[in-house]
Write a protein that binds this ligand. Structure first.
Ligand code: ACO
Length: 437
């Protein structure tokens, strides 16, 4: 194989030695970030595929939603730095931004907020789904099941080719997932379901459904509200991560958006992805004390051991994840506001981070804290049980998933996602009857 690069024209020509086959691949240039070679004609013209398990070098789509500079540690939603949005914006404003491309204001934002909030109720029949689960079911199992079931109820917004159906489905997903999440929690602790209150706004309504009981009045503490708003903004989107790619792949076949988001929830659940926030707290509890950190890290570094330092490392970030930086800084503030003077888990996490960041194993591999390292500490301080951490991630990420899904459906070059493979199994062979094998 011979490759000739034409940097001036931004293309590369590859010819297969011994054949007259050649292909020219154009370099496609984005607004920022690495350019990509357009390999779409490669198979037609050369008869070969590319091989990239885990997609380390593959751009699966064109997107205008979220940009990550992993070397610098920068995250932008539609161009806006995550730090500015986390500090100054609110979740529904960010949802509008992700979904529609621009920040809205005044009546436009209000219409969006109202549009989302009027869909918070679940069809009453959906209540019965919860009774089918064991009380000790993991809430993510309940999320997978009940979100998937939504497509059995909202038939009037399932035409993916109708922009109005897409708009209503997006509102329904963003509005109903918090209700499902809160009810999954209430079910697990045996308390009555609390119906949504649209006058409270998105984040407060969620905290209300989580914490209120019918026997007492409940006001959402502003400190919880602010902390959760920021937490939701930080988790709203993260370009083509495993769960968003799952949503896109499921949606590429024309599946309805409720089914696609259920697929995203399933993908998020894994400990290498959103399940890591729960795993971090378990890890910290297992380590128990600062004195045990060296022993724990030696297990992590042992190649014969499958232990990982949870909340560390990222496919894209080779620097500090900016979300982790915000959460680390706000962990102190949130704990102080909640009146928690000393949190042994935060102290342990800080010590663990410091030791790991000075350890050659982590330095050489560019492993830094990711969003999950500090997020669970804040959620725990807010009184949320560990089993709900990944559920909260799913609530926030639903906005990103539905934005990615909408962008894909509206992309004229969209085709069903169908990866190829290198086959290394047996070549053709003949079947032999049982007695002759
Ligand atoms: N602890 C110990 N070693 C690690 C860790 C870790 N957390 N992460 C990566 N490494 C090591 C690998 O063993 C590998 O070492 P090697 O080159 O000697 O074989 C090297 O670093 C590269 O790791 P990969 O697994 O190839 O990196 P990849 O990009 O595939 O994985 C991932 C990224 C899944 C996030 C990984 O870093 C990990 O498992 N982290 C812990 C789980 C976690 O925190 N997940 C949350 C990610 S953020 C999110 O999804 C919200």
């Amino acid at each position: 194989m011979t490759a000739t690069a034409n940097t001036g024209g931004g293309s590369i020509t590859i010819s297969l030695d011994g054949t007259n086959k050649a292909t020219t691949m154009k370099l496609l240039v984005g607004t920022v970030g690495p350019s990509v070679f357009d390999i779409r004609k490669l198979y037609d013209q050369l008869g070969v595929f590319t091989y990239d398990p885990g997609y380390g070098s593959t751009a699966s789509c064109e997107s205008k939603i979220t940009y990550i500079d992993g070397d610098v540690g920068e995250l932008l939603y539609r161009g806006y730095p995550i730090e500015q949005l986390a500090e100054q914006s609110n979740f529904l404003e960010v949802a509008h931004l992700l979904l529609n491309g621009e920040l809205a204001s005044g009546d436009k934002q209000k219409a969006f907020d109202d549009g989302v909030m009027r869909h918070t109720m679940l069809h009453e029949q959906i209540r019965r789904f919860f009774d089918g689960f064991r009380r000790d079911a993991h809430p993510m199992a309940v999320m997978c099941g009940v979100i998937g079931a939504l497509s059995a109820f909202y038939h009037d917004s399932l035409d993916i080719n109708d922009p109005e159906h897409r708009r209503i489905s997006a509102f329904r997903m963003i509005a109903k997932v918090p209700t499902i999440a809160a009810w999954a929690y209430k079910y697990s602790i045996g308390q009555p379901f609390v119906y949504p209150r649209n006058d409270l706004g998105y984040v407060d309504n969620f905290l209300y459904m989580m914490n209120a009981v019918p026997t007492e009045s409940y006001t959402v503490p502003p400190v919880l509200s602010r902390a959760m708003e920021r937490w939701f903004i930080l988790h709203a989107d993260h370009e083509q991560n495993a769960s968003s790619s799952t949503v896109r792949l499921a949606g590429s076949s024309g599946a309805n958006p409720f089914a696609c988001i259920a697929a995203g929830v399933a993908s998020l659940w894994g400990p290498a992805h959103g399940g890591a926030n729960e795993a971090v707290l378990k890890m910290l509890a297992d380590i128990g004390h600062v004195d045990n950190i060296p022993q724990f890290l030696s297990e992590v570094k042992d190649k014969n051991n499958h232990t990982r330092l949870m909340g560390f490392g990222h496919r894209v970030y080779k620097n500090y994840d900016p979300r982790a930086k915000i959460l680390q800084e706000s962990a102190h503030a949130v704990l102080a506001e909640l009146g928690i003077k000393d949190d042994p888990l935060l102290d342990l996490a800080l010590a663990l981070e410091k030791i790991a960041l000075n350890d050659p194993y982590f330095v050489e591999r560019k492993l830094y804290p990711n969003v999950d390292f500090y997020s669970g500490i804040i959620l725990k301080a807010m009184g949320l049980p560990t089993s709900m951490f990944t559920v909260l991630f799913a609530v926030a990420r639903t906005t990103g998933w539905i934005s990615q899904w909408k962008e894909m459906i509206e992309d004229p070059s969209q085709r069903i996602g169908r990866p190829r493979q290198i086959y290394t199994g047996p070549a053709r062979r003949d079947y032999a009857p049982a007695g002759k094998r």
